[in-house]
Design a protein around this ligand. Sequence first.
Ligand SMILES: Nc1ncnc2c1ncn2[C@@H]1O[C@H](COP(=O)(O)OP(=O)(O)OP(=O)(O)O)[C@@H](O)[C@H]1O
Ligand SMILES: [Mg+2]
Length: 392
Amino acid sequence: MPIDESQVTDAVAAVTDPELRRPLGELGMVGRVQARRKKVTVEVALPVADYPQVDELVDRIRRAVGPLPGVDELTVDRVVMGEEPRARLRMLLRGEPVDGGTQHAPDDGHGHGHAHGGKLGHEEGRPNRFMLPRSKTRILGISSGKGGVGKSSVTVNLAVALARMGYDVGVLDADVYGFSVPKMLGITAEPLIIGDLVVPPTANGVRCLSMGFFVADDTPVIWRGPMLHKALEQFLVDAYWGEPDFLLVDMPPGTGDVTLSLGQYLTKTEVFVVTTPQPAAQRVAQRSAYAARKLKLAVRGVIENMSWFTGDDGTRYELFGAGGGSQLASELGVPLLAQVPLVPALRAGGDEGVPVMVAEPEGEAAAVFGRLATAVVDLGPARVYRNELTLR
Ligand SMILES: Nc1ncnc2c1ncn2[C@@H]1O[C@H](COP(=O)(O)OP(=O)(O)OP(=O)(O)O)[C@@H](O)[C@H]1O
Ligand SMILES: [Mg+2]
């Protein structure tokens, strides 16, 4: 039986790209398909030369084409997309209108992602689809009054817990004082740059962008501030997030500039305050909650961390006192959504890039994060409080 080239083309076009999570046909990544007797050669047009997850992509093409009638031998050729299809892809990912045509002959240039941004009419500062009030994306701002209370650990593990429930989840590391999220999440790849579009790398099912990818560790915090302000906007506008179910934002502690700019860009941010059990911590946490409210962001709940340590005999030791979380929650009039125990694997996992959700999925902490994720889902999106929407 001869190979039906158009059947092969259709099969390749329907394969989902692991990186961009859309069908290859839609992305314009299907190159030439040629069949000669029982041999078929498929060209896949990569957006940039060093494309991440390319092996997984080739595997997927093999699984789709291999079983087709008449195919005995399959060669997948990797080529780099030409300027024009790449520019079109960028517009597509940005959600700008592009005209049809799903197949493009690749050129032989080795693009490194310089697709002359703006040439095809990209509007400066146009918000990403997920930022619009009507999008399904819930933006969860994880905040705390002061550093070191476990904000990043909570962000990462809640993100992984939500991803495990099947949600599409991204994390934006906006903590100017320390970019710890990529490392904690286990991100090893650099972000993919297509023209002026940044595609966040993925680990443990969660996409992540961090200023840490772009500034050296030893950049003084005083410089990071203003850089971050601009970069945040870029991360939100020029990054390809698609329309995730949840975007978690690891916010800087306290009430500084970055929180302000986040409030401006992400008006539908729901704030979750992380605190520790001692009553003194809770006053500081309260201030950040009030600051969020001043920005008209909805404060949705409190998460208490380092609540206790469970000994081998099951005894709970409340090393940092007790009651801070529930006290803060009742003062703010929001629920206490979780009490996260002190767990050695949580710290070790953070250092090694294996979130405790993954390292000890059956453990005490993972169970808490699982329940926290369910509680967040059950809360549902916040009502947006905006003056202009208020009836007087
Ligand atoms: N429940 C926990 N059990 C054990 N270790 C924890 C727990 N929560 C946090 N840690 C550890 O405490 C340290 C601080 O946590 P984390 O970095 O998440 O806090 P943070 O509030 O984001 O801090 P920073 O202000 O530095 O960004 C980390 O080493 C982390 O691994
Ligand atoms: Mg942190």
